[in-house]
Design a protein around this ligand. Structure first.
Ligand code: R5P
Length: 283
């Protein structure tokens, strides 16, 4: 077995290869003069683990090209982050179900797929090969444990993220709650923990994705106004689009971290060990 990866998932792929006690195949990536992607892979094994987060359209194309370059091997696909997964239904007439389009395209030439905290597990059904999702919630919890916060309150930004937050909180036996929006007037909205008070407490807001950072920035502002001692944020997929990290930091958030499903300067939660375990279990 060898590992092969897209350009933007090189660090995670290298750590995964180490965890699997194998190597990463060297790939030359370049472009044709018209911008089309080109790649050429080195020595391919009979069994290949193709690793690449769909962070953008270039990564999506590289993944499809890698699967074809390895077409004489048995290919297992690891998608640490899957963009387009949030368009998992037709919200309006005329829209595509983008998650289905991407899942179908990435099923070509692979025998199975592993995703990490995919936005909605129903997307797994759109792959035409067996697909499973693994969760880094315990790893997010383990990271929070290293912050040595006194009796932290783990908060989900909404009811939908409560399951994830509950798994994070379980790692340290911490309190867990979710934020609830209450409309005070036509223009005023209050956001506060549903059951527990954040007053004088260290709060960690946890979510699967931080994209624009809007959800967490609003929540952090409200929590500070309600007297939280400090607010931190941890997520699996640090998309941080449009300057989101800097904007969040400016709200006074103490610590903003993500995993390395998308490789960032604040990637402090490694995903390799858990992905390696999932790959070994299915062999
Ligand atoms: C939504 O369902 C997700 O779980 C995240 O809460 C959302 O993607 C965060 O987006 P943003 O950072 O843009 O507020």
């Amino acid at each position: 077995m060898k590992v092969i990866c897209t350009e933007k998932s090189q660090v995670l792929a290298t750590q995964l290869a180490r965890a699997l006690k194998t190597t990463v195949v060297d790939v030359n990536y370049s472009r044709f003069p018209d911008g089309e992607h080109y790649l050429r892979a080195g020595d391919i094994d009979d069994e290949m683990v193709i690793v690449g987060s769909v962070t953008d359209n270039d990564a999506l194309v590289q993944l499809m090209l890698l699967a074809d370059a390895c077409d004489r091997a048995e290919n297992r696909l690891v998608l640490p982050y899957m963009a387009y997964a949030r368009q998992d239904k037709r919200f309006h007439d005329g829209e595509p179900i983008s998650s289905r389009v991407v899942a179908r395209a990435l099923s070509q030439g692979v025998s199975d797929v592993i995703t990490v905290n995919i936005h909605d597990r129903t997307v797994l059904e759109s792959f035409s090969v067996p697909a499973q999702d693994i969760s880094l919630a315990p790893d997010v919890g383990a990271y929070i444990g290293t912050l040595n916060l006194k009796n932290p309150l783990i908060l989900a930004p909404d009811d939908g993220a409560m399951d994830f937050a509950g798994q994070v909180a379980k790692a340290g036996g911490w309190d867990c709650d979710h934020l609830e929006k209450t409309r005070l007037s036509g223009t005023e909205v209050k956001m506060a923990p549903k059951k527990l008070s954040a007053k004088a407490r260290s709060v960690v807001i946890v979510d699967d994705i931080i994209s624009t950072g809007g959800t967490i920035a609003t929540a952090a502002g409200m929590l500070y106004r309600e007297g939280a001692k400090d607010v931190s944020a941890a997520c699996v997929h640090g998309v941080f689009t449009g300057g989101a990290y800097a904007r969040l930091a400016a709200t006074g958030i103490r610590d903003i971290v993500c995993s390395d499903t998308i490789e960032r300067g604040c990637s402090r939660i490694p995903a390799a060990a858990r992905i390696a375990d999932a790959l070994k279990k299915r062999r």
